[in-house]
Ligand binder design. Structure first.
Ligand SMILES: [Fe+2]
Length: 185
């Protein structure tokens, strides 16, 4: 089989945006709303994952080793989160977003400088990103509970929100040290 240069022209067994008739006792409209929320948070998660790897590679200075290791730990946690979100989409009968192009079109977090930022700016960017995702996730988690999708609510609260809050705390705690270093040049 050869793949055409127009991917949408190739046959698919389930089109994006459609729902498979999974049998988990949740009505189609509930599953549809949850898939859409989860896919939105999935693209943010893929953007966070990439932001952490970029920061892991590009950090420098006296805090190099500490931040290099911290950023990779957070990268691993974002990868685990990404997998949990994508598999929840599939379990609901949906189609998970999976491509780099989806991240660019769906998440504003994908837009960061190509160049190397100072450690302080890396941390500030990550803090902003965490706060942005948390601001989006909390109402989506509440709405999932309100429509009776407890599994999605649980995933968003116990895994996504808690991971972001914890990572944000670790990032925030490093800021005073990087400011001191940046001021000294
Ligand atoms: Fe590495």
């Amino acid at each position: 089989m050869t793949l055409s240069s127009r991917p949408e022209a190739d046959p698919v067994s389930q089109s994006f945006g459609s729902l498979a008739p999974v049998r988990i006792g949740l009505p189609e409209e509930v599953r549809h709303a949850s898939v859409s929320a989860l896919n939105r948070l999935l693209t943010h998660t893929m953007a966070m994952r990439d932001l952490y790897k970029k920061s892991h590679w590009q950090t420098a200075g006296i805090t190099f080793l500490e931040l290099h290791q911290l950023f990779d730990k957070h990268y691993d946690e974002q990868v685990a989160l990404m997998d949990a979100l994508a598999e929840r989409v599939q379990a609901l009968g949906g189609v998970a977003r999976a491509l780099a192009g989806d991240v660019v079109s769906e998440s504003r977090l994908a837009r960061a400088p190509h160049g190397i930022e100072t450690p302080h700016h890396q941390l500030e960017r990550l803090l902003d990103a965490h706060e942005f995702v948390l601001g989006e996730a909390r109402p989506l988690a509440r709405e999932a509970a309100e429509r009776g999708d407890d599994g999605t609510n649980d995933l968003l609260v116990s895994q996504l929100i808690r991971t972001h809050e914890m990572q944000s705390w670790f990032v925030w705690r490093h800021i005073p040290r990087t400011i001191q270093r940046d001021e000294r040049g």
